[in-house]
Design a protein around this ligand. Structure first.
Ligand code: PHE
Length: 344
């Protein structure tokens, strides 16, 4: 079965670069999902990423209770792409999204930020997270980080008996826009924080965050590992080497294959499904931009990620299955209920 509703792959008319827009589902409502701009060995790897990430967005929206489906844009750029070429590629993405007539709206993702949403916005209105001055809800990373911390509190309560983060140890892997904020929030809550990034220039220069290299960070003996970089981190090669008790982080698609959830489960490592943990950005952006909530109201909705995660962890424990399975089952139920209600 071809699971995606619609996938567009084209050479951008303005940039000449591969532009990929994947709509996985619109069953619950218009598809949403960020615009990733990255270098891949081959454009087909970008396509594979778009297919995986858009499917994950469907699950993310369903678990967050949002009336949306999943989509994703991937722009494949060669290393060292110039600023004008980047702008042209963002325009191409905007044009492609505009042609979809509202079936899909984009937002920031790895490699793009609020200013890039303004550039996409020169070709389409179906774009979230333009800066507040430009009429959008602004950077989604603070909300994604806040949602991650809400999830971490719920996870700690479930696993260690208290939601208190003080003195608990965390290894944050990836210090991009979201990871850096999560590390700062944890340190501010008096947690013990070790952090790392492939990019040495991201090294935090402060006493309450310890720096290690990425390999050591992944294998650090801590209470909770927090994946905040690219996907596929948890696989049959890495899982046997982990020394954490639990894992929860904002990176998308952390498990690189179906079997990974079971491997973690068998090792007694509690994994919080990334689709739940990372939903803060879309919850905030859609609440503010589509449902006209105040930023404070939107943050309360983001905080509910803790309740969603708690319910999934509880259901999984009761059934004796990995949390990933409980999350997939709950997303499928939500998806089927909507399909039935709207007769699709
Ligand atoms: N990259 C985020 C996601 O894919 C951010 C996003 C926010 C996307 C708002 C769309 C809308 O979940």
């Amino acid at each position: 079965m071809f699971p995606h509703q619609r996938v567009i792959v084209r050479r951008g008319p303005e940039s000449g670069l591969p532009i990929i827009v994947a709509i996985h589902s619109t069953t619950r409502g218009p598809a949403i999902g960020g615009c990733r701009m990255a270098t891949y060995p081959d454009w087909r790897d970008g396509l594979a990423d778009a297919l995986r990430l858009s499917a994950a967005m469907t699950v993310k929206c369903a678990l967050a209770g949002l009336p949306h489906g999943g989509g994703k844009t991937v722009i494949v750029i060669p290393p060292g792409t110039s600023e004008p070429a980047r702008t042209a590629a963002l325009h191409d993405a905007g044009t492609t999204i505009e042609e979809l007539g509202g079936a899909y709206a984009t937002g920031p993702d790895v490699g793009t930020g609020p200013d890039d949403m303004v550039v996409i916005g020169e070709r389409t209105d179906h774009v979230f997270c333009r800066p507040v001055e430009a009429g959008g809800s602004g950077d989604s990373s603070p909300a994604t980080a806040a949602g991650t911390v809400a999830a971490l509190r719920a996870l700690c309560e479930f696993r260690f008996g208290t939601p208190d983060l003080a003195r608990r140890s965390f290894a944050v892997l990836g210090l991009g826009r979201v990871g850096r904020r999560v590390a700062d929030l944890l340190a501010a809550a008096n947690a013990r924080v070790v952090a790392s990034d492939l990019d040495e220039s991201k090294r935090p220069h402060q006493d309450n965050i310890e720096w290690t290299d990425p390999d050591e960070c992944l294998r650090k003996e801590v209470d909770v590992l927090v994946p905040a970089a690219m996907g596929g981190l948890l696989n049959p090669a890495t899982i046997p080497t982990l020394r954490c008790k639990a894992i929860a982080g904002p990176a998308n698609n952390q498990l690189d294959q179906e079997g990974a959830a079971k491997l973690l489960h068998d090792r007694g490592i509690l994994w919080a499904p990334d689709a739940v943990v990372s939903a803060g950005g879309i919850i905030h952006a859609t609440a503010v931009e589509l449902r006209h909530k105040s930023p404070a109201e939107a943050l309360t909705l983001v905080g509910a990620i803790g309740d969603t995660l708690r319910a999934i962890l509880r259901a999984a424990a009761e059934a004796g299955i990995p949390p990933a399975e409980a999350a997939t089952a709950q997303a499928a139920t939500a998806q089927a209920a909507t399909a039935q209600a709207v007769g699709r």
